[in-house]
Design a protein around this ligand. Structure first.
Ligand SMILES: *Cc1c(COP(=O)(O)O)cnc(C)c1O
Length: 367
């Protein structure tokens, strides 16, 4: 008699069974600095106004399957050139998945530098594509010769470049990114999830006026701007590509609460921008404090988080992580990823009070 497990083993694809599900730790009552979330709420009056908008939402109706108004507002807010198309996703994660589903065939490849955003590899696996990871150089910038050689050898259907990169926080050399776009036979996706904190972008390169790239698309999300709970991402690029990606989109992928809330939030853009500005200033303060601390080595960041290595005798990154947790501060331990991340931790920039609490806990943990 076969058991349920036998059935599962027989039918679920081996590469799926080999995965571990994306793990989000239960944070409970801690200072949560592990997930690049914006720490701020909205002013009370704005919350009331938002709730008034939600009152009129018709939950009994399907949402607008292609919310042109929202695309227009979001496209403008993100600086999408006028002649480029916009595609919305349930978070940029879903956009990565749509791109992969549209390109996937047995033997086709997704290529990305490593370490980078883990979903590139996971979604390649979900869609039956091969994944090629090319190690970053020692300074965490792109190893351009290695990238070009891998592109030549593997002819990837798509290359994913996070700009700035997660988990390292740096912006790759702009000319190296351009060289990769030039050399790539397939699509290059520049993932600008941290654009609000970066002060640099490939969005203008999409402009046909400046334009030369027939294989570039640029991805953004509202998640790191303070709207992670909405699940809304945007892909900008030539309509020839986006028309195809739109065909694999599930019809109602952006729910009505997200549509209305995003429109509302973008109409109050000043509040989000001010929060972002505050986070950038606090990132610099946090960086100064970390640089002054012995036993750790922070990396320059153009995002809303800082990666730092632990290099003190007798202290491990995992030890520091556990000590912080015991003191009520949750950050991200990257040691399990191994390789160049062996002794690394990543902290999200929080409110000034949260950053202070993190710094005191960190000093304790290094004792
Ligand atoms: C956080 C993150 C995303 C995911 O964004 P969602 O829109 O929340 O799905 C995408 N890319 C990178 C590099 C990220 O760090």
């Amino acid at each position: 008699m076969s058991t349920t497990n036998d059935k599962v083993t027989r039918w679920v694809r081996p590469e799926i069974r080999a995965l571990s599900a994306y793990h989000v730790p239960d944070s409970g009552d801690v200072i949560k600095l592990d997930a690049m979330e914006n720490p701020y709420n909205w002013p009370e009056a704005m919350v009331d106004e938002w709730l008034a908008v939600l009152r009129d939402v018709e939950l009994n109706r399907y949402p607008d399957p292609s919310p042109d108004g929202l695309k227009e507002i979001l496209g403008q807010a993100m600086g999408v050139p006028a002649d480029m198309e916009v595609l919305l996703g349930n978070g940029s994660d879903e956009l990565i998945q749509m791109i992969a589903m549209a390109l996937a065939q047995p033997g086709r490849k997704i290529l990305a530098p490593e370490p980078s955003f883990v979903m590139y590899k996971m979604i390649a696996t979900f869609t039956g594509m091969d994944y090629i990871g090319v190690p970053l150089a020692g300074d965490f910038d792109l190893d351009l010769p290695a990238m070009l050689a891998a592109i030549e050898e593997h002819q990837p259907a798509s290359v994913f470049l996070a700009y700035p990169n997660n988990p390292t926080g740096n912006l790759f050399d702009r000319n190296a990114v351009k060289a990769i776009i030039d050399a790539s036979p397939g699509l290059v996706v520049v993932d600008e999830a941290y654009h609000a904190f970066a002060g640099d972008s490939f969005m203008p390169e999409l402009d046909v006026g400046s334009g030369k790239y027939e294989n570039l698309v640029v991805m953004r999300t509202v998640s790191k701007m303070g709207l992670a709970g909405l699940r809304l991402g945007l892909l900008a690029g030539p309509s020839a590509w986006l028309t195809e990606f739109d065909k694999v989109r599930l019809p109602y992928n952006i729910n009505v609460l997200t549509q209305k809330s995003a429109e509302f939030a973008l109409a109050h853009r000043g509040v989000l921008d001010q929060q972002t500005q505050q986070i950038c200033e606090d990132r610099e303060k946090l960086m100064v404090a970390l640089e002054a601390m012995g036993g750790i080595k922070p990396l320059p960041s153009r995002a809303n988080f800082i990666l730092f290595g632990v290099n003190k005798a007798g202290v491990t990154a995992t030890g520091v992580f556990e000590s912080l947790k015991a003191q009520g501060v949750l950050i991200k331990n990257l040691s399990p990823a191994g390789g160049v991340l062996q002794d690394c931790l990543r902290v999200t920039v929080g409110s000034p009070e949260q950053n202070e609490a993190f710094l005191s806990a960190l000093i304790n943990s290094l004792d």
